[in-house]
Design a protein around this ligand. Structure first.
Ligand code: ADP
Length: 189
């Protein structure tokens, strides 16, 4: 398993788990959200393009996001494998990723979905707002928007990977170690 996606709603623990999985498997974890936040902090051109969307919990336009991911996947460290966290998030991005991977001559091995119910997600995001200080976690309407977009845009996209036979679903409720063990089991199975 060297080329994978991790998908799940905001607060499902994708970021935490993807860092651990990537470390265990010796591949690079690429988080589109982290890249946007770093660029916003650094006040780069990309950061300026992304900021209003990220703050509102909206998707950054596909053209911007796709370009950024294609660039990142071309780096040397992604050659041996990667775990994409937070991308793709809609059908347009799935098509774009298929094209990128085709150009690189590689294929996805697995798509991991982390599940959690909405009540738990909202609580986790509020707790995270205090710890990490993300503006989009402190803002109720940005939280609502992200969860809505997950349902309307991302869930149908996940169905596409399910029909390709790539999907492994893992319950994201519980301690970090517990969830990690479930993921490792799912990757073996
Ligand atoms: P979360 O899963 O908690 O919403 P992320 O760090 O994955 O956090 O994403 C934060 C924000 O970054 C999103 O709300 C969106 O504005 C932007 N973003 C991240 N990934 C994408 C993507 N694939 N397409 C468009 N926007 C994205």
């Amino acid at each position: 398993m060297t080329r994978m996606l991790i998908v799940g709603p905001a607060g499902s623990g994708k970021g935490t788990q993807s860092k651990r999985i990537a470390e265990d498997l010796g591949i690079v974890a690429i988080s589109t959200g982290d890249i946007f936040r770093a660029n916003i902090r650094g006040e780069t051109e990309l950061g300026r393009e992304a900021k209003t969307y990220v703050d509102a919990g909206d998707l950054v336009p596909d053209s911007v996001t796709n370009r950024m991911v294609e660039d990142r996947l071309s780096w040397e460290d992604a050659r041996g494998g990667f775990l994409l966290d937070g991308y793709p998030r809609n059908r347009t991005q799935v098509v774009a990723l298929d094209e990128m991977l085709g150009r690189l001559g590689v294929e996805l091995d697995v798509v991991l979905e982390l599940t959690a119910d909405r009540e738990e997600l909202t609580q986790r995001l509020k707790r995270r707002a205090e710890i990490e200080g993300r503006d989009d976690d402190a803002d109720e309407s940005a939280i609502r928007r992200r969860l809505e977009l997950f349902e309307s845009e991302t869930a149908p996209m996940i169905a596409e990977y399910e029909s390709r036979g790539l999907l492994r679903r893992v319950d994201g409720l519980g301690e970090v170690d517990e969830v990690n063990a479930r993921i490792m089991d799912a990757l073996k199975g």
